[in-house]
Design a protein around this ligand. Structure first.
Ligand code: FES
Ligand code: FE2
Length: 376
């Protein structure tokens, strides 16, 4: 059994003799050097300052006069009062306590009103922490670096794959009272569907059957090879009206991202769910989906949102119940094959942290394609 992360992770309980079942309690370490979703784009308007939290770091988020988003630590470097209580003129934030002014793009201090003319203090050497910030797919993304890093060194923010010029796009989110690890392994868990997402319009417990899928390594994650969606899945039921072959590909990529693509002739559906680590014991699923199927159907976005909200709500309610149990720090199990993606997630995380520590390239924990079997 692989020990997954650092001291946050407790491996407790009895170890199963055959290693098919392992007991472990994920510790929720939040990975740095990645982009995370801070807010929806539509929430950041005009000269208003908004607050958000990522990886336990309080942020103040706004837009400059050109509409470019920015993010800073929501704390004045002078005496720690949140900058979000200050005033923003579209260029600089003025702290509400002593009026220090900070450039919104760089965090650089521009003015300290209390300084006398003879003061030697180098104002321009004072910075509020500022983070790379980009807008993509209707979200404001913030890059959370491992160390102090200037904006130009961050890679581009993630982008939802789309396959035609015209498409519909929608967003949903759900708050989860658990660590990012429980959020992620819940997202990748293939076995809860028939129990958590049971409903008359989709699937019943009786629809459980054995599944076999090939998983292959990709940089920073793994992919379920393109396959026909299972006959009890919602996309299959919808798309078979087109009478063309349907393929689905699902990927997981560190630190928190599940991507799914479904293609049926010229029609496609693409979705991304990320588990955003807000703080140690709280995360949020940010789900967005784009598609060009049923282009002429009225209310297609509303209907999709209705079902997706119900679906996400079922996951959320389950996580709320799970949090009741997790408060008592139980020992947990990951069993083969259904929980193998969860184990890979912990192994990927450990490999990533190792590579950060050593500076060596990340060693992928899944060297070759693997076929997994489970019932769902
Ligand atoms: S605390 Fe912000 S200027 Fe003093
Ligand atoms: Fe689910």
């Amino acid at each position: 059994m692989q020990r997954t992360t650092d001291s946050n992770l407790k491996i407790t309980g009895q170890r199963a003799a055959d290693d098919a079942a392992v007991s472990e309690t994920p510790g929720g370490e939040m990975l740095r050097d990645f982009w995370y979703i801070a807010l929806r784009s539509s929430e950041v308007k005009g000269n208003n300052l908004k607050t958000a939290m990522l990886l336990g770091v309080p942020l103040v988020v706004g837009r400059d006069l050109e509409g470019r988003p920015f993010a800073m630590r929501d704390s004045c470097p002078h005496r720690g009062i949140p900058l979000s209580f200050g005033h923003f003129d579209g260029r600089q934030i003025e702290c509400c306590y002593h009026g220090w002014r900070f450039d919104s793009a760089t965090g650089q201090c521009r003015e300290i009103p209390s300084l006398a003319a003879a003061s030697k203090l180098k104002v321009e050497r004072i910075f509020a922490d500022s983070f790379p910030c980009e807008e993509q797919d209707g979200y404001v993304w913030v890059y959370m670096p491992a160390s102090n890093l200037r904006a130009r060194e961050a890679p581009p923010a993630p982008r939802l794959p789309v396959f035609s010029p015209r498409y519909r796009l929608t967003h949903l989110s759900a708050e989860l009272p658990c660590s990012v690890d429980h959020g992620v392994i819940g997202l990748m868990d293939p076995a809860h569907g028939p129990f958590v997402h049971r409903s008359w319009w989709w699937r019943s417990r009786r629809s459980i059957h054995e599944k076999e899928k090939v998983f292959e390594p990709i940089p920073g994650g793994f992919r379920i090879r393109a396959h026909a969606p299972s006959a009890n899945s919602a996309p299959y039921k919808l798309l078979r009206v087109y009478g063309q072959p349907i393929t689905s590909t699902i990927e997981f990529i560190l630190p928190n991202m599940r991507l799914e693509e479904i293609h049926c002739g010229p029609y496609w559906f693409s979705s991304r769910a990320v588990v955003t680590p807000v703080k140690n014991d709280h995360c949020r699923i940010d789900f967005c989906a784009a598609w060009n199927i049923f282009p002429r159907m009225p209310f297609v976005v509303s209907v999709f949102r209705l079902f997706a909200r119900k679906f996400l709500g079922q996951d959320q309610q389950t996580m709320i119940k799970q949090a009741v149990g997790l408060k008592h720090n139980p020992s947990l199990m990951l069993i083969d094959d259904a929980d193998r993606p969860a184990r890979w997630y912990f192994q990927l995380k450990a490999a990533y942290l190792d590579s950060l520590r050593t500076g060596e390239p990340m060693e992928h924990p899944i060297p070759d394609p693997v076929t997994l079997h489970w019932r769902s």
